[in-house]
Ligand binder design. Structure first.
Ligand code: GSH
Length: 196
């Protein structure tokens, strides 16, 4: 907490040269430390920021920590599934991708105990790692309700709680919902028809 930083937002449809020079994959996020060393991959960045500000926000038990890291990686893959879901061209494609995401959510659901966080009472890095997915699904369901959590009530509660946190609300630019909707409109797929 309280790590000083400067932030630059990148228009991913028009990436500046300086950004392409520091981001090996041309993707966000990338963090520059010690006057020019690039740290990329959000899970690595999150661990790094946590490690320079102990206590590290992972469970201390090594098996639990490894389990958390494994499911963080799994959640990263779910962002890919959700990317395909929101860019589906047809109702059939949307339904197919939704089923894939639901199956993945069900696997995560089995890992959660009582909450409110993934590991119970303690906030951990894994909670922040799933929040972009929760935020995207929330915005998508505002465009078109598709009941993504129907079979995963624990994740529904986890997502709702995470999205209610001020730190999460403040983690994106103010016009993020508009930008997100604009990106869906631009793709002109299945979801775009529900934009008003
Ligand atoms: N595994 C990477 C994924 C990063 C990623 O896919 N970033 C997207 C935005 S969320 C991006 O920069 N896309 C731009 C592009 O691929 O051109 C991470 O977790 O940091």
């Amino acid at each position: 907490m309280g790590v000083p930083y400067d932030i630059e937002y990148i228009d991913l449809s028009n990436k500046p040269d300086w950004f392409l020079e520091i981001s090996p994959l041309g993707k966000v996020p990338v963090v520059q430390v010690n006057g020019g060393i690039s740290i990329f991959e959000s899970a690595v960045i999150n661990e790094f920021v946590s490690e320079i500000n102990p206590p590290v926000m992972h469970p201390t038990d090594l098996v639990e920590k490894a389990r958390n890291r494994a499911w963080i990686e799994y959640g990263s893959g779910m962002l890919g599934t959700n990317f395909r879901l929101r860019n589906s061209k047809t109702a059939e494609e949307f339904a197919e991708n939704k089923s894939k995401l639901v199956e993945q959510l069900k696997k995560v659901e089995e890992q959660i105990e009582d909450g409110p966080f993934f590991n119970g009472e303690e906030f951990s890095l894994i909670d922040s790692s799933y929040t972009p997915l929760f935020m995207q699904l929330d915005l998508m369901s505002q465009i078109h309700e598709f009941d993504i959590y129907a079979e995963t009530p624990k994740i529904a509660r986890w997502a709702e709680m995470m999205l209610s946190l001020p730190a999460v609300k403040n983690s994106v630019v103010e016009d993020f919902p508009d930008l997100f909707r604009a990106s869906i409109a631009k793709r002109d797929g299945y979801l775009a028809q529900f934009l008003n």
